[in-house]
Design a protein around this ligand. Structure first.
Ligand code: SF4
Length: 398
C-alpha cells in the first residue's frame, strides 16, 4: 500500500525584507537567478524518481519567501514536474503563499488552472501603521484587492495570516484586525505573535522595540484571538491556527501528526524514510550541485545511486529518528493540536501504552489542571497552552 506524502516547495525570493524576518529569503534576486532556481528545483524533484512510486502525494505547499513573486508559468512548471514524478492524489490540497500587491487576478486564475486550490495571504495587520512598522511591502487596500481577486478567480479556501505583538499595536487595533478579517470570511486564519529574532533589523532598532506591547498586553491579545475567532465560527485546532469546520490545513497537520514530507529547495526541511534533514542554505552551492547533477539525473539508470550521491551533498542536519526521538516528537507536535494525542495511536506506533512512558507527567498535569484526558485523547487545555513551553519540556525522555 502506498504511503501518504506532503511536499513543501521553498521559494526564497521577496520584493524586500520585512524588518522582523529571519526566514531564508532574498530580495533583489535577478530573473536569471530565479530561472536557475526553478531549473534546480525541477532537478531535485526528478531525484525522487527512485522512491516516488511508494507514495501518494496528498498535499503540496508553496512557501517562502514570496512564492507569488514568481511568474505563474514557473509555478505551473514545478507542479508539472511533481506530477510527472510522483503519484499525486486525485483531490490534493495545493496551497500557495501570496503577499498582497504581488498577485493580480490573472495570476490567480493561472494558479487555479494549475490545480492550486488554497491561497494563504500574508496580511499581518489591517492597520497601515502596523504594516509600516513591520516593513511590509503592502497596505490594507492591496490586501482587499488581492482577497477580492482571489474570490473572483474561484478560490474557495483562503487563509489569512495575522500577527499580534507588533510595535505600536494596541489591543484595540488588534481586535480591529481580527474583526475586519472575520468580515471577509476566510476559511482559515493563522494568528502568530511577533517574535523578535536576533540579527534582524528589528532587533537592533531600539526606538521601535520600545513600542512593543508589554508581555501582559501580548498575553491578553493572544487570549482575545481565541475568544473573538471562536465566537465567529473559527475553531482553534492548533496553538496558532483557526479554521471553519472542515478547512484545517491538511499540509500542516501532516507536520504535526508525524507524517512524511519532502522539502524541496533551499533550506527546506524534510521527514522522509525515517530521517529528518534539511537542504543546505547557500543558494550558489544549491544551484551548483543541482546543475552538476543534471546529466546524471537525466541519463543514469541507477536512480538510487544518483539520489544517494546528490543528496549527500545537498543535505545537512540529518537525524535518524530512533524510537525515543519519535516518541518525544509525537508528543511535542501532537500536543500542539487542540485535539491532543491519541492513546491508541501511541500504542499502535510505539507498541507501548502512553502511561508506561509518560504516566507520572500526564497525571501531574491532569491533577494540576493543565491537561485533560477525554476518551482516547490526552490534550492541553487553555491553561496548559498558556504555559506549554514548560509542560512540553517535561516530555523530553532521559
Ligand atoms: S514576506 Fe515573509 S519571507 Fe519575505 S521578507 Fe517578509 S516575512 Fe520574510
Amino acid at each position: 500500500m502506498k504511503k501518504n506524502l506532503g511536499i513543501y516547495v521553498h521559494i526564497p525570493f521577496c520584493v524586500s525584507k520585512c524588518s522582523y524576518c529571519d526566514f531564508l529569503s532574498f530580495d533583489n534576486c535577478s530573473y536569471a537567478v530565479q530561472l536557475q532556481y526553478i531549473d534546480a528545483l525541477i532537478q531535485e524533484i526528478k531525484l525522487y524518481k527512485a522512491f516516488a512510486d511508494r507514495y501518494v502525494v496528498k498535499t503540496i505547499f508553496f512557501g517562502g519567501g514570496t512564492p507569488s513573486l514568481l511568474d505563474e508559468v514557473f509555478i505551473g512548471n514545478i507542479l508539472k514536474a511533481i506530477r510527472s514524478v510522483f503519484n499525486v492524489d486525485r483531490f490534493p490540497e495545493i496551497t500557495i503563499e501570496a503577499n498582497p500587491g504581488t498577485v493580480k487576478y490573472t495570476n490567480l486564475l493561472a494558479y487555479q488552472s494549475h490545480g492550486i486550490n488554497r491561497l494563504s495571504i500574508g496580511l499581518q495587520s489591517t492597520d497601515d501603521d502596523c504594516l509600516m512598522m513591520l516593513g511590509r511591502i503592502h497596505n490594507m487596500d492591496q490586501f482587499v484587492a488581492t482577497y477580492n481577486s482571489a474570490r473572483r478567480a474561484g478560490f474557495k479556501n483562503i487563509n489569512v495570516d495575522i500577527m499580534s505583538g507588533i510595535p505600536g499595536q494596541t489591543e484595540h487595533t488588534y481586535v480591529e484586525t481580527l474583526m475586519k478579517v472575520i468580515e471577509f470570511g476566510p476559511e482559515h486564519i493563522s494568528a502568530y505573535s511577533l517574535q523578535v529574532e536576533d540579527g534582524t533589523p528589528l532587533a537592533e532598532n531600539e526606538p521601535v522595540l520600545s513600542m512593543l506591547p508589554d508581555e501582559e498586553a501580548d498575553r491578553r491579545m493572544y487570549a482575545m484571538t481565541k475568544k473573538v475567532l471562536g465566537a465567529n465560527g473559527y475553531q482553534r485546532y492548533e496553538f496558532s491556527n483557526y479554521a471553519k469546520p472542515g478547512y484545517e490545513c491538511k499540509h500542516n497537520i501532516t507536520y504535526w501528526t508525524g507524517g512524511e514530507y519532502v522539502g524541496l529547495g533551499l533550506g527546506a526541511a524534510s521527514f522522509f524514510k525515517g530521517e529528518r534533514f534539511s537542504n543546505i542554505r547557500d543558494i550558489n552551492r544549491y544551484l551548483e550541485i543541482m546543475q552538476e547533477a543534471q546529466s546524471d539525473i537525466a541519463s543514469s539508470t541507477d536512480k538510487i545511486s544518483v539520489y544517494d550521491e546528490v543528496t549527500h551533498q545537498l543535505r545537512e542536519n540529518i537525524e535518524t529518528m530512533y524510537i525515543d526521538s519519535r516518541i518525544e516528537e509525537f508528543m511535542f507536535l501532537g500536543l500542539r493540536m487542540t485535539k491532543g494525542v491519541s492513546r491508541s495511536e501511541f500504542l499502535n506506533r510505539f507498541n507501548k501504552d502512553i502511561y508506561e512512558v509518560y504516566g507520572p507527567v500526564i497525571n501531574k498535569y491532569v491533577t494540576e489542571g493543565f491537561m485533560v484526558e477525554e476518551g482516547d485523547s490526552i490534550r492541553l487545555n487553555d491553561r496548559g497552552i498558556d504555559v506549554s513551553n514548560i509542560i512540553l519540556s517535561d516530555f523530553i525522555l532521559d
